[in-house]
Write a protein that binds this ligand. Structure first.
Ligand SMILES: [Zn+2]
Length: 141
C-alpha cells in the first residue's frame, strides 16, 4: 500500500483531516516564524508556541522557476521532463510570509495580491513507493 509521508517533520500537521502549516509564535514579542523555530528570530526569546497557520492568504510576490534547481532539490523529474513552476511568498493572516511552490505556472494567471489557498499534495515518489507530501499554494477559484 502506498504510504504518504510529509516532506519534512514539523512543517505541517500530517496525517490530518484538515492539514495546516505549523509556525512558532514568540510569546514575548508576538512574531511568528515559518518554518517553526525553537527561538524567536526577532527577539531571540525562547518562549515560543507552535500554532496552525490559516489556510488562505494573499500572494505577496512570485516568480517562475524556469530550470531544474540543483541539489538538494529532489523530485522524480529529469532535465528532460522538468516543467517550469511558479514559486512565491504568500502572506497569511497573523503576519507570516511563507515561501512555497505554486500550482500555477502561467504568468498570465498570477497577480500580486490574489488570494491563495494552501493545499497538500504528492510531490514525488520514493524508490520504496512512499508518496512524499508537500504543501503548495493554489489560486482561489
Ligand atoms: Zn520574539
Amino acid at each position: 500500500m502506498t504510504k504518504q509521508v510529509p516532506i519534512a517533520e514539523g512543517l505541517f500537521t500530517w496525517p490530518s483531516p484538515a492539514p495546516a502549516l505549523l509556525a512558532s509564535r514568540c510569546q514575548r514579542c508576538g512574531i511568528a516564524s515559518f518554518p517553526a523555530a525553537d527561538s524567536c528570530m526577532a527577539c531571540s526569546g525562547q518562549d515560543v508556541a507552535i500554532e496552525e497557520l490559516p489556510r488562505r492568504g494573499t500572494l505577496w510576490t512570485w516568480t517562475v522557476q524556469q530550470f531544474m534547481p540543483k541539489t538538494p532539490y529532489r523530485s522524480n523529474e529529469t532535465a528532460q521532463t522538468f516543467k517550469p513552476y511558479g514559486v512565491g511568498y504568500v502572506e497569511l493572516p497573523g503576519g507570516v510570509r511563507v515561501e512555497g511552490r505554486l500550482t500555477e505556472s502561467d504568468p498570465q494567471k498570477l497577480r500580486i495580491g490574489m488570494e491563495m489557498d494552501v493545499i497538500f499534495a504528492p510531490f514525488r515518489t520514493e524508490d520504496n513507493g512512499d508518496e512524499v507530501i508537500n504543501f503548495f499554494f493554489q489560486p482561489v477559484a
